[in-house]
Write a protein that binds this ligand. Structure first.
Ligand SMILES: [Zn+2]
Ligand SMILES: [Zn+2]
Length: 145
């Protein structure tokens, strides 16, 4: 199985070679690794993992997750210092949309934690000849248009 954080990327890594070992307890070395593993955790519905990588100061008191296959693609725009800027594409009732977020992380007790983020969600307009975002590898006009 391709790792959820690697969907629709060139040379995608398998889940077993990417986020799985982190979900199983390996400590993420960077905010980007943590961010990727949290994205994959959201897709796979790993509520416990999401909760324990969320800083106590901002963690929701209740977190119930179910696997969510609406998430289609993750692009890391920039990872620097304690911030990661990413775009996560998903399908909604009107078509495709993207969550653009600059996340803040903190390093405490030898672990990185997610603190909070500045988010912006908007719909994605694909051109007829663009590759469809659903992952089919087809042109949009021959796929989900
Ligand atoms: Zn991954
Ligand atoms: Zn499609």
């Amino acid at each position: 199985m391709i790792c959820p954080c690697q969907q629709q990327q060139p040379n995608p890594k398998a889940y077993a070679q990417c986020c799985e070992e982190i979900h199983l307890g390996k400590v993420p070395k960077s905010p980007e690794q943590l961010m990727r593993s949290r994205f994959s955790g959201f897709v796979l519905g790993l509520g416990d993992y999401i909760a324990r990588t969320w800083h106590a100061s901002t963690r929701p008191s209740e977190l119930v997750l179910t696997a969510d296959d609406q998430w289609l693609k993750l692009d890391i725009i920039k990872a620097q210092g304690t911030q990661v800027h990413f775009r996560a594409y998903f399908k909604d009732s009107d078509g495709f949309a993207v969550l653009d977020e600059i996340s803040n992380f903190v390093f405490e007790d030898e672990h990185w934690f997610y603190v909070d983020g500045k988010t912006d969600t908007h719909s994605v307009m694909l051109g007829r000849n663009d590759v469809c975002l659903c992952g089919s590898d087809k042109k949009f006009k021959k796929c989900c248009a």
